[in-house]
Ligand binder design. Sequence first.
Ligand code: HEM
Length: 157
Amino acid sequence: MSSELFRSPQDPIYIPPMGPDAVTPPDSTLYETMGEAGIIAMLRAFYEELGRSSLAGMFADDREQAAYRSAMFFVGLLGGPPLYAQKYGPPRMRARHLPFRITPAYQQIWLSCFEHVLTRHQEFDMPAESVASFRNFLEGFSAWMVNTAEPTTPPSR
Ligand code: HEM
């Protein structure tokens, strides 16, 4: 497991300038259209992409379980019941992501994995006209997960 993917307690925490409230939520009719099954299938496909990416080492071996937990969060986001909070407690997503070294570059890799999945939106019953608002949400909210500035070249002395 690469330590480049995990933060050490002494690493300075980067705080993004914009909070999560500045992010426009995605289309809240999506839960009805996609159903819990469509949302779970979408997150499974996403975690498969993550598993093939350079971020794979960040994710626990049980990607099926991780995909399910994420899907429960997306159910609430997309207009369904707050299943994540009911099963796992307060979302506190930024805090839950603090163990991982999430730099702007890693955020972009994460987004590109989702981009692959969005090309298959029909498989998950996500209508074409909802893709843009969903993508916009992912871009904004994932920026809120960034907790580490891009590494700079260390001074030579
Ligand atoms: C729209 C932005 C994001 C959302 C909605 C999101 C959502 C979630 C959720 C719901 C979980 C499950 C938390 C739990 O364990 O209960 C999770 C876990 C995780 N997320 Fe994110 N996340 C986002 C962005 C990111 C980014 C940008 C990265 C890294 C580049 C990332 C890396 C992780 C990792 C490593 C886990 C732990 C997975 C595991 O259990 O192995 N997330 N995320």
